[in-house]
Design a protein around this ligand. Structure first.
Ligand SMILES: [Zn+2]
Length: 167
């Protein structure tokens, strides 16, 4: 059976998140290292090409960095970042994401690396659980699981941001 290429990358995102968590727990060398090791593993095992692995790693890094920064700066919980109830997320994914986002927060605390990073998410890219906002019309897109970013359902816009929390 042919693999669906769109599931391939979303599955890889979830797998990479799980491996990053394992790496953090076992090696304890920090998130950057755990993510690199997870990227390498995916291409070594032939699950992804090296290029795909780098891309998926970047998607994951971007989401985690944003979540970690939110947790560090606002002192609020993941639910506030998601902008919906954690019960709407499959429990294994919720636990995974929460654990790794929390580690990211701790690292950012340590590094005092708080400079606001303004990320842009584009249609066609992969993102994990959370909420994106259309830069053109403000429409909110809720992701209850990892998925490909569609065009904005309201205005067909293709650029999205996380909702700003320090405005
Ligand atoms: Zn829009």
């Amino acid at each position: 059976m042919a693999e669906n290429p769109s599931n391939k990358l979303t599955d890889a995102y979830n797998q990479m998140l799980a491996r990053a968590k394992q790496g953090l727990e076992k090696a304890g060398k920090g998130l950057g290292h755990a993510l690199e090791a997870a990227e390498q593993k995916a291409s070594e095992l032939g699950e992804l090409s090296r290029e795909e692995a780098g891309k998926v790693g970047d998607y994951l890094r971007r989401d985690l960095h944003d979540a970690g920064q939110f947790l560090a700066e606002t002192g609020q919980d993941l639910k506030a970042w998601l902008r919906f109830d954690l019960e709407q997320v499959e429990s294994r994914m919720a636990e995974l994401f929460l654990t790794v986002a929390d580690k990211t927060k701790l690292e950012l605390d340590k590094l005092a690396e708080r400079a606001a990073q303004v990320g842009v998410w584009h249609t066609g890219e992969v993102t994990g659980i959370g909420t994106l906002q259309c830069q053109q019309c403000g429409e909110e897109l809720h992701f209850h699981k990892t998925g490909h970013i569609p065009p904005c359902p309201k205005c067909q816009g293709t650029k999205f941001s996380r909702i700003s929390w320090n405005a």
